[in-house]
Design a protein around this ligand. Structure first.
Ligand SMILES: Nc1ncnc2c1ncn2[C@@H]1O[C@H](COP(=O)(O)OP(=O)(O)O)[C@@H](O)[C@H]1O
Ligand SMILES: [Mg+2]
Length: 266
């Protein structure tokens, strides 16, 4: 099971949106997907479980027990309304868990350990992890320690550029200490608009100066109201608005992402 994290310290750049659409794209490629929602806002969980989210009794917090109870973990995995996509949803119990594991030696590798011991390789091909917008925190560190690959969505804005620099710094620190096998798949420009020419040129220059040109995916996801409409309807762009330009962007990006994963040899 390949574990992929959508990460950028900034909020609003499209982490959850991209995570959701990637789950749909992998499912369409006949891959079995497990989503892990580590964001207390529960946006990914709400999307996939819809009104069922109110009936969730336990969720992703069970991965952070001191002694992993595999039966309990399996009970906390929910089938979604899409075949081949299951989710360990975020719950209200998550915040308390975060405080608990911060007090425990090794608290940053609980997720890694739990995923290893649950035998998910048999059941899933892909694991997509969504985290809150932050630079620090036990759930972010756990996600970074556990994942194989990181994908960084960003916007061509100064705020997002500043967030990217912080994000890359953290990623390099993680590669030095916590997870030397972590591979940075690349930077995905989301919410692209050809109309904002000045910002596009300025940020493109800054990305080049920072040496990130090779990391940027050629496919960009354009800014489109259908994305927000799909979010409000708890729908997916690739599944439900398949004729749109942004759906085509996502399909092209997905092909590029898969080839980068293959190149990385995992
Ligand atoms: N390409 C896009 N075009 C238009 N709106 C987008 C696009 N990508 C994301 N959004 C919207 O931007 C908002 C923030 O996206 P979200 O995925 O929740 O970001 P994050 O998880 O990084 O905080 C959401 O309302 C989402 O629908
Ligand atoms: Mg989010």
């Amino acid at each position: 099971m390949k574990k992929i994290l959508c990460f950028n310290s900034k909020g609003g750049v499209g982490k959850t949106t991209i995570a959701k659409e990637l789950a749909m794209l992998w499912r369409r490629a006949d891959q079995r997907v497990l989503c892990i929602d580590l964001d207390g806002q529960r946006n990914l969980s709400r999307h996939f479980l819809q009104d069922e989210i109110d009936n969730v009794e336990s969720g992703v917090e069970v991965l952070f027990d001191r002694k992993v109870d595999i039966a309990k973990v399996k009970q906390s995995i929910y089938a979604t309304c899409y075949s081949n996509i299951d989710i360990l949803p975020a719950t209200d119990a998550l915040a308390q868990k975060g405080a608990e594991i911060a007090q425990v030696p090794g608290g940053q590798v609980f997720l890694k350990r739990a995923l290893q011991s649950c035998g998910f390789d048999e059941s899933y091909d892909i694991c997509i992890i969504d985290v809150p917008p932050t630079l620090i925190g036990m759930f972010l560190f756990n996600a970074l320690a556990a994942c194989d690959f990181v994908l960084i969505p960003m916007e061509l804005s100064q705020n997002s550029m500043d967030g990217l620099l912080d994000t890359m710094e953290i990623l390099h620190e993680v590669q030095d200490i916590l997870n030397p096998d972590l591979q940075i798949l690349g930077i995905l420009i989301n919410k692209y608009s050809a109309a904002t020419t000045v910002a596009n040129t300025t940020i493109a220059q800054q990305l080049a100066e920072a040496g990130y040109n090779d990391l940027i995916f050629k496919s960009r996801i354009r800014q489109a109201t259908v994305v927000v409409q799909a979010e409000n309807a708890r729908a997916s762009v690739v599944e439900d608005v398949s004729g749109s330009n942004v759906a085509s962007d996502l399909v092209l990006f997905f092909a590029e992402l898969r080839s980068r994963i293959e190149e990385n040899g995992k």
